[in-house]
Design a protein around this ligand. Structure first.
Ligand code: MRU
Length: 358
């Protein structure tokens, strides 16, 4: 199935060409496909902060390339480039707080830097490391798609209705997606009747990005208001909620786009299975419990304005953009190392000791 899935890849968000990072501007989708070019770490950090690129794995991959750009500039400037590079690491780390893939990718780059020998070419090796992170994420997507679709087949072998939240597709990763990767593989296997895409206020990743990606692939998709999800579970024969993750704590609690938690509560009430699909780079074993995850709060204007127009009076707004779903509401966490069912701290620790499957 891997080859067929690879052959069907149509959308991508990140390209590294001739030492330049190219990002598809996700703020302009679905109406404009504009690629922006990045030559400095500061500009990549800004692109992450401003949502040009978003989604946990894609943020991590972009951060790795940002360090390559920073290294090149520091080497050209001469002097103590290692010391100077620390400021670049910090700048990129400060771009967004919740997706742990960002910090994971920076750690991979730092570890590679620390292992350099005096005869090594730093730029060549760090570029190879960033490309490896990018390629590794693509591979992980494929493995997770195979594992996820196996679960779907095993639990009910005929056509089913899915609900997803935010965008965990090609635009959010280095490959064809985590949650959407599983849905793509399920479609390929004839298991998808329809996908319901929560619109995902306030950035509308569901209606602008997920619906676009699925429509490009010819997968039947219907956009719904976030608040319609419980009603849809009751009335539209939804069998699976499938989402991605920004950070998974050591006990299996999952931080993901705001609204994920209420989906999990509603899924449990309606007997709908709840699957989280994320590479192991999203698992943060240093964070014991979901309550310890820093949840990003963005500017209130994102809620109080729509298309640049004010839609509320002079009131406060709380624009928390992630929430935490407790592990006991989750049926499966699918990673490239394997599947954890009914996650808890012990099962997560066992998973993290395994090697990736492919
Ligand atoms: O604010 P965003 O768009 O970066 O949030 C993205 C999500 O919440 C995704 O579900 C998550 O990063 C997983 S992407 C494979």
């Amino acid at each position: 199935m891997r080859e067929q899935l690879l052959a069907a890849e149509k959308v991508k968000a990140i390209e590294w060409r001739d030492g330049v990072l190219h990002l598809l501007d996700q703020r302009a989708l679905p109406f404009e496909e504009t690629w922006l070019s990045y030559h400095s770490a500061a500009d990549v950090a800004e692109a992450i902060r401003n949502m040009v690129v978003r989604g946990a794995p894609a943020i991590g991959i972009s951060a790795a390339y940002a360090i390559v750009l920073a290294l090149r500039a520091r080497l050209q400037a001469g002097g103590d480039w290692r010391a100077a590079l620390e400021a670049d690491f910090q700048l990129v780390a400060d771009s967004r707080p919740t997706a742990v893939n960002l910090f994971w990718a920076l750690k991979c780059m730092r570890d590679r830097l620390d292992r350099l020998k005096s005869t090594d070419d730093p730029l060549l090796l760090l570029e190879a490391c960033a490309v490896g992170i990018h390629q590794g994420d693509r591979e992980a997507n494929l493995t997770m798609a195979e594992l996820g679709v196996d679960l779907i087949r095993r639990h009910q072998g005929n056509q089913q209705n899915f609900l997803t939240h935010c965008n965990a597709g090609a635009l959010a990763t280095g490959g064809f997606g985590t949650a959407l990767g599983v849905i793509r593989a399920a479609f390929h296997d004839g298991l998808v009747e329809r996908v319901y895409a929560d619109e995902t206020r306030p950035w509308l990743q569901g209606s602008r990005l997920t619906a676009w990606e699925l429509a490009v692939d010819g997968i039947p998709v219907t956009v719904n208001a976030d608040s319609a999800a419980a009603h849809l579970m009751k009335t539209r024969g939804i069998t699976w909620v499938i989402v991605g993750a920004d950070r998974i704590a050591a006990n299996g609690d999952v931080a993901n786009k705001i609204g994920t938690y209420q989906l999990a509560v509603n899924a449990m009430h309606h007997g709908v299975r709840f699957m989280v699909v994320a590479p192991s780079s999203t698992i943060d074993m240093a964070t014991e419990h979901g309550d310890d995850i820093v949840l990003e709060e963005r500017d209130a204007s994102e809620l109080l304005e729509l298309g640049g127009q004010r839609i509320a009076g002079e009131v406060d707004a709380l624009n928390l953009v992630f929430d935490v779903t407790p592990a006991d509401l989750i049926d499966f966490i699918v990673t490239e190392k394997g599947v954890v069912d009914r996650p808890d701290a012990e099962k997560m620790a066992q998973l993290m000791c395994r090697k990736r499957l492919h």
